[in-house]
Ligand binder design. Structure first.
Ligand SMILES: *[C@@H]1O[C@H](CO)[C@@H](O)[C@H](O)[C@H]1NC(C)=O
Ligand SMILES: *[C@@H]1O[C@H](CO)[C@@H](O)[C@H](O)[C@H]1NC(C)=O
Ligand SMILES: *[C@@H]1O[C@H](CO)[C@@H](O)[C@H](O)[C@H]1NC(C)=O
Ligand SMILES: *[C@@H]1O[C@H](CO)[C@@H](O)[C@H](O)[C@H]1NC(C)=O
Ligand SMILES: *[C@@H]1O[C@H](CO)[C@@H](O)[C@H](O)[C@H]1NC(C)=O
Length: 466
């Protein structure tokens, strides 16, 4: 009897020991992770305190580069923080009268003075510098030229005459003799030749042998843009972005948008990538240069800590997916399968399927309002954001102080500021005005919608808080 009792007691103690150790290890691992959330260490960050989030941004949206996902992120940030997003006036569509060079005449006057601008445009530095505040940070994104061209070729097969002329819609045929199909002066010719260069305001038709032009162009882009993101390293680029802007992890959460169906993607046969780079040589030059410079910046931040932040970002994305899509990753749906019309992405032609998402019908109203924005395609979000800004413009019209629009002096940060933020809780949607806690809790499964108190903006109406 007593032996049995003894043994029960032992088993109990052993179990207790195991529980304690696992609990300790569990907590310990959170602590370690928390310590490494930022680069450099927590101590340095605590010492320097909270840095205000940077809110004046030009994001040059390039074509077929994951830039729609970026635009959605900036739209959400602007809404949440009551910032002004410069948007196109109605007769420009949802782009700034692309492919014309950007002009401030294309901006809806009631979206001025802006904090941010991100809809498609052909870059014009002078016009933007006149429009934007003088401490605006310029950002863009590039994609590897071969996969980008394959994407452009499919996506614009219907719109771009140069591609329509090609027999059997064959990318091989186009690349065998591009000049046979390409007409530089045609309306949508920029989708067929050095598209990145064109979007950045450069000359897409400089010959490949003009290496000096490509080099000078790269140098000009580097002077203006503080960060050139790379689609292939999207999450790593976001870590750099977060540090550059002193944003929080919750500010860079995203759901991938405007993607093609797998069936619309083609793999490139051997030799094609080289031909594509040869034909789009200025783009290739840009890409190689800024991919290398991205990796220099990542190394400066520390590859270890970048990897940790990427990991934390991905974990936070998973939590977001859980609360938005009922515990599973969202199904990619073709437009006709999406019940909510607002969530159907633009379809470039019958031959190319662009996938979107729908929300499960059984998620809470709070979750619905939050999650909807993450998956709302550009064509629905742009008019929605415009509407809410027009309303705000009307309400604040009388007490708005005029903003100086003509600030030619521009401070462009070329070095990478270390972020000095304390990680904040991801508050529950119902608790959006919640405290800016300095401890980080992993237990919350709801994505953050907290507004930062450190945002530069004396806004008192948080119309978009849930
Ligand atoms: C760029 O904008 C400036 C200022 O609005 C304008 O003077 C210039 O002509 C524009 N450049 C081009 C190439 O359109
Ligand atoms: C286009 O396809 C047809 C039939 O599939 C083939 O006979 C023809 O040679 C192709 N043309 C070219 C230029 O590849
Ligand atoms: C980007 O640069 C890195 C570092 O130099 C290199 O390892 C990688 O292959 C490059 N990526 C592409 C797609 O060229
Ligand atoms: C919603 O429904 C799906 C299946 O249709 C289920 O897996 C999920 O748990 C449900 N979520 C909620 C919050 O009820
Ligand atoms: C930027 O503009 C503000 C006012 O709009 C001015 O006070 C500040 O000195 C300017 N800074 C630079 C670097 O031009």
């Amino acid at each position: 009897m007593s032996w049995l009792k003894m043994s029960q007691k032992k088993i109990f103690l052993v179990l207790l020991f195991i529980c304690t150790v696992s609990l300790l290890l569990h907590n310990f691992s959170w602590t370690i992770e928390d310590l490494h959330l930022g680069c450099p260490t927590l101590h340095a960050r605590l010492a320097s305190g909270l840095k205000p989030k940077h809110t004046n941004i030009v994001f040059l949206k390039t074509h077929k580069t994951a830039s729609s996902t970026m635009q959605n992120m900036l739209f959400r940030f602007a809404e949440l923080n009551n910032l002004m997003m410069a948007l196109p006036k109605p007769n420009c569509g949802h782009q700034f009268c692309y492919p014309q060079f950007f002009s401030s005449h294309f901006v809806h006057p009631h979206t001025l003075p802006p904090n941010m601008i991100t809809s498609h445009m052909r870059f014009n530095k002078t016009a933007l510098q006149h429009l934007m505040p003088n401490n605006t940070i310029y950002i863009t994104i590039l994609r590897e030229p071969a996969s980008m061209f394959e994407s452009l070729f499919t996506y614009y097969s219907h719109h771009c005459e140069s591609f329509r002329r090609v027999p059997n819609g064959s990318l091989e045929a186009f690349l065998a003799d591009p000049l046979r199909y390409y007409r530089p002066e045609e309306m949508y010719s920029m989708y067929a030749h050095n598209t990145l260069t064109f979007d950045l305001g450069g000359n897409k038709d400089r010959p490949k042998r003009d290496v000096a032009y490509a080099q000078a162009f790269v140098a000009e882009v580097e002077r203006v843009f503080s960060l050139v993101m790379i689609s292939e390293y999207f999450d790593e680029s976001l870590v750099l972005l977060r540090h550059l802007l002193s944003w929080d992890l919750e500010d860079i959460l995203y759901v991938k948008l405007n993607m093609r169906m797998e069936s619309s993607k083609k793999s490139l046969s051997p030799g094609l990538p080289e031909k594509i780079r040869d034909w789009n040589s200025i783009d290739a030059h840009l890409y190689d240069y800024f991919n290398a410079s991205l990796w220099v910046k990542l190394s400066e931040l520390g590859l270890d800590c970048v990897a940790k932040e990427v990991h934390l970002l991905q974990q936070a994305q998973e939590r977001l997916m859980k609360s938005c899509f009922g515990g599973q990753t969202p199904l990619q749906l073709s437009a006709s399968e999406i019940k909510n019309k607002e969530l159907r992405p633009w379809q470039p032609s019958e031959k190319v399927g662009i996938v979107g998402y729908d929300l499960p019908s059984n998620i809470s109203q709070e979750a619905k309002e939050l999650c909807l924005k993450y998956i709302m395609p550009e064509i629905s979000y742009t008019p929605k954001l415009l509407q809410s800004q027009l309303l705000r413009h009307r309400l604040s019209f009388q007490n708005r102080t005029p903003h100086k629009l003509n600030n030619a002096q521009q401070t462009i940060h070329t070095t990478l500021p270390r972020h000095t933020q304390v990680p904040r809780n991801l508050p529950l949607p119902s608790n959006a005005q919640g405290p800016t806690s300095t401890s980080k809790s992993k237990s919350t499964s709801k994505p953050g919608v907290g507004i930062s108190k450190s945002v530069h903006q004396s806004s008192n109406t948080n119309a978009f808080q849930i």
